[in-house]
Design a binder for this molecule. Structure first.
Ligand code: G1P
Length: 315
């Protein structure tokens, strides 16, 4: 393989831009998502997309482009000022709530619409003009990540050392490989950083080169756009970002960073419920009540699970 360093003078650039694809239809949450953007579904009291935006800001990202589609206006409104609401809260002296509402507007957000939902690769291609000739981050809204150093920041730290694209991966159960992009890891250049041989989108378990799955955070060099412009549809007949990254890997080094923190899959019904409970258990307003409720519920459920004994058995 003939690796070349990036030749567009981007090697020393800081990563300041992020792209959040949010044009998906959210069919897994119907009917809730019939008239509401799935990114606005709250975990306790915060829309999932706000967690993503906060991770970007904590990682030093300065500009965020959200790729939207039909029915996604509430996302724009959420991050816009709501003067009527702010005045109302001020008049009622609800300073704590006012602070929460104002926090959502303190961010440089941009929006673009993806007119045809042709796949993740196509959604990212819509960011070409916004990104220009800079390295950038792609953040998928279905994955919330928790670690001492935010995962986006970890990828940026890797980029500062290697100047190469770096994709976040995590070990998943072997039976689940067909739900993810999977890497064929080469040697580790330092602990947890793989020099990837190739990338495969959603392989069946018997075809999967490993159990290391792509988990929704990508640091990409701008050359990905040249590849995406010519990318043919792949798995599911969609233009796949994974396929484009695999092609990029043939002309530039692409690394994978293994994430060791905690991942919450909020794109799946059960994952969403588990996340709500775990976040509820650390939310100052509800944590005590929720904890007692779960303990009581646990008692009731385990009583139900007891084998039914007839009165004779007890004699
Ligand atoms: C997308 C990507 C896949 C990645 C996954 C992570 O798939 O295509 O490579 O592993 O996100 O959540 P989707 O979940 O949109 O089908």
């Amino acid at each position: 393989m003939n690796f070349q360093s990036n030749d567009k003078g981007v090697d020393k650039m800081k990563v300041k831009k992020a792209v959040i694809p949010a044009a998906g239809l959210g069919t897994r949450f119907l009917p809730a998502t019939k008239a509401m953007a799935k990114e606005m579904l709250p975990i306790v009291d915060k829309p999932t997309i706000q967690f993503i935006v906060e991770e970007a800001l904590k990682s030093g990202i300065e500009d965020i482009l959200i790729v939207t589609g039909k029915g996604k206006r509430p996302i724009e409104d959420h991050f816009d000022a709501n003067l009527e609401l702010e005045m109302n809260l001020k008049e009622k002296g609800k300073e704590d709530l006012l602070k929460l509402v104002e926090e959502t507007t303190d961010v440089n957000l941009h929006f673009i619409r993806q007119s045809h939902p042709l796949g993740l690769g196509h959604a990212v291609l819509q960011a070409k003009a916004f990104v220009g000739n800079e390295p950038f981050i792609v953040m998928l809204g279905d994955d919330l990540m928790d670690d001492t150093i935010p995962l986006t920041q970890q990828l940026i730290n890797d980029y500062d050392a290697t100047h190469a694209s770096t994709i976040a991966v995590m070990e998943i159960p072997h039976k689940d490989t067909s739900k993810y992009g999977i890497i064929n890891p080469g040697e580790q250049v330092n602990p947890g950083l793989y020099n990837v041989k190739n990338f495969v989108e959603k392989p069946e378990p018997d075809q999967a080169p490993s159990d290391l799955a792509i988990i929704g955070r990508y640091l990409l060099t701008p050359e990905i756009f040249d590849v995406l412009e010519n990318q043919k549809p792949g798995a599911g007949n969609e233009i796949q970002l994974t396929d484009a990254i695999d092609t990029l890997n043939q002309t530039q080094r692409v690394f994978a960073r293994e994430f060791k923190g905690k991942r919450y899959d909020v794109g799946d019904k059960f994952g969403f419920m588990k996340t709500s409970i775990e976040y509820g258990l650390i939310h100052p307003e509800v944590k005590e009540k929720l904890r007692s409720f779960i303990i009581e519920l646990g008692k009731e459920l385990s009583a139900e699970d007891q084998p039914i004994t007839s009165s004779k058995d007890n004699e």
